[in-house]
Design a protein around this ligand. Structure first.
Ligand code: SAH
Ligand code: SF4
Length: 422
């Protein structure tokens, strides 16, 4: 057996070198999705509009993009008819391509998506009684190899761009039918197609299915910090998708040097994939622990800007049989949270097995006992119900499953995607 202490630690350099950059579009057009409004104005100016016109057009286009979900310039009715083909020659409004769309019997929906340059990644939508959560990917693959995570078995191909990250939210809204219809209503509100100001300000998440976003899909979001920040800024922007930062959670495996920036520059809720309470076990299952140890990680949590009893840090803890699930582990978890005075809640996640995984999920009795111990110490510790088990909803599984499917199976699922979109 190899001596693991001598093996290179993935993600050992900050920032992690990324094997591949984005390939520009073959037609030379620029995708406007994910670009800040001033950048769109700059591009319009560089293409020949005077500064004032560029600024106005950027404002109009931004509104059509994020408040109306429009993907064709031709549909932008308050932009002069002659201007629309001029825009379409130079720019596009992209969406990731849908390779597969699956609908679980419990309502969970999962998509395998493809970037314009041909790389596949995943997105999941989880409806609950009081909310609908979209689980968004930040990278194609991951540099870290957490031992229980299927994405961890894949190499990092590249970072997703802000457009590809925002594009996931746009695509989910497309699929859930959450854009106001032209001249129609949304959530009971009237939208006048010609009156831009009429639409602005009315647009809230009320009445929508997609209410929350978690950066918990493929990849480590804090190893793609700038793109994740720029994407979430558009998601939170009142003129953009206008989702409150309180409804967005970023999950990290523990990239300690970027955690304070996450609080300061993005300001969203933080979730930390803790999964173990001793150096020995965390080194094994979350190898970034060999670089940033438990003490450093928990201190960074204690220092997280904006954390309070009203805005707690979530500790994710995947339940692995005979690995991290004993009574002693639960007591140690409580001790650590109290020692660092953390405003914390714990999410206990039953391990979602995948072919080739070396762990098993803890028994339901064990999980219940673990939860009780944490709960009795005054810390909320709900057990997450596994969702979408019938559609390979464990992170990274759909991509691998699709690679193994026959052409016929893929064609059948591609047909289903139409139904899912309808
Ligand atoms: N890279 C980030 C975010 C993506 S992983 C992170 O690690 O936090 C999102 C969550 O799913 C993490 O808590 C991860 O530990 C968990 N997860 C990954 N594979 C899992 C599996 N097979 N069963 C249960 N949870 C899993
Ligand atoms: Fe990467 Fe998160 Fe999976 Fe670890 S759990 S391999 S950090 S995606």
């Amino acid at each position: 057996m190899a001596d693991t202490s001598l093996m290179p630690i993935p993600g050992h350099i900050d920032p992690v070198p990324v094997p591949r950059d984005v390939t520009p579009r073959a037609d030379g057009r620029v995708d406007l999705l994910g670009l800040p409004r001033p950048r769109i104005a700059e591009l319009f100016a560089a293409a020949g509009l005077d500064a004032k016109a560029a600024k106005l057009r950027a404002k109009q286009v931004f509104h059509w993009l994020y408040h109306r979900g429009v993907t064709e310039f031709e549909a932008m009715t308050d932009i002069a008819k002659t201007m629309r083909p001029w825009l379409a020659e130079r720019f596009v409004i992209g969406r990731p391509e849908i390779v597969l769309a699956q609908h679980s019997s419990d309502g969970t929906r999962k998509w395998l998506l493809r970037t314009a340059d041909g790389h596949d990644f995943e997105m999941v939508f989880i409806p609950d009684a009081d909310r609908g959560t979209l689980c968004v990917s930040s990278q194609v693959g991951c540099t870290l190899n957490c031992r229980f995570c299927h994405t961890g078995t894949m190499r990092l191909v590249r970072n997703l761009t802000p457009g590809e990250i925002v594009g996931q939210v746009m695509l989910a809204r497309d699929a859930l039918g959450e854009w106001p219809k032209a001249g129609g209503t949304m959530a009971g509100l009237d939208f006048d197609d010609e009156d831009e100001a009429g639409g602005e300000g009315h647009y809230t998440s009320d009445g929508r299915l997609l209410t929350n976003i978690v950066m918990m899909g493929m990849g480590e979001p804090l190893y793609n910090f700038d793109n994740v920040r720029d994407a979430l800024k558009i998601v939170m922007d009142g003129d953009g998708l206008a989702l409150s930062k309180r409804r967005i959670t970023l999950s990290t495996s523990g990239v300690v040097p970027q955690m304070a920036r996450c609080g300061e520059e993005i300001g969203v809720n933080l979730a930390v994939s803790l999964h173990a309470v001793s150096k020995e076990v965390r080194d094994e299952i979350v190898p970034i622990n060999r670089k940033y140890g438990l003490e450093e990680l928990l201190q960074a949590c204690a220092d997280y800007p904006g954390a309070s009893n009203a805005r707690r840090i979530t500790f994710e803890y995947v339940m692995l049989k005979d690995k991290n699930d004993s009574d002693e582990d639960a007591h140690e978890l409580v001790r650590l949270i109290k020692h660092y005075k953390l405003p914390a809640k714990v999410n206990l996640i039953p391990f979602n097995p995948w072919p080739g995984a070396i762990y098993e999920c803890s028994t339901p009795e064990r999980i219940r006992r673990f939860s009780e111990i944490v709960f009795e110490a005054g810390i909320s510790a709900p057990v997450r119900t596994p969702r979408g088990r019938d559609i390979d909803a464990a992170c990274g599984q759909l991509k691998t499953a699709a690679q193994k499917m026959s052409r016929a199976e893929l064609d059948r699922l591609a047909d289903e995607k139409q139904a899912a979109l309808g």
